[in-house]
Design a binder for this molecule. Sequence first.
Ligand code: CO
Length: 139
Amino acid sequence: MKLGRLNHVGVATRSIEQSLATYRELFGAEPSAASFDLPAQGVRVCFVDAPNAQIELIEPLGADSPIVKFLDKYPAGGQHHLCFEVPDITAARAHFEGKGARVLGPTRIGAHGTPIFFLHPKDMGGVLTEIMESPKQAH
Ligand code: CO
């Protein structure tokens, strides 16, 4: 198992629009595409591209969104998770489970349309960590 490319840093926010205004004003940065809903994960997301990785802005979708508690704890929003790519999500999951790391929930389709899962922050030095299968290259 090799540490893969950092794909994105997840940032929780109460308002993607407000966060985008900040990125626009301070960095001249624009989102790479319009924000979109991920109802299965209870979030709305929007990506801002940096040259070597993305920022994933995450806004709660509904009162039972998994990031509501995070925003209760950090009302101004903040850094929520890191996401690393792996070539094979099934092999990666087996690897982490074999090491005794806690995998949170089932493997599911993430914001980039590829399978993902999360590792418990207690097994990652306090950092919620998303593992994402690399998008296949278009042929
Ligand atoms: Co993410």
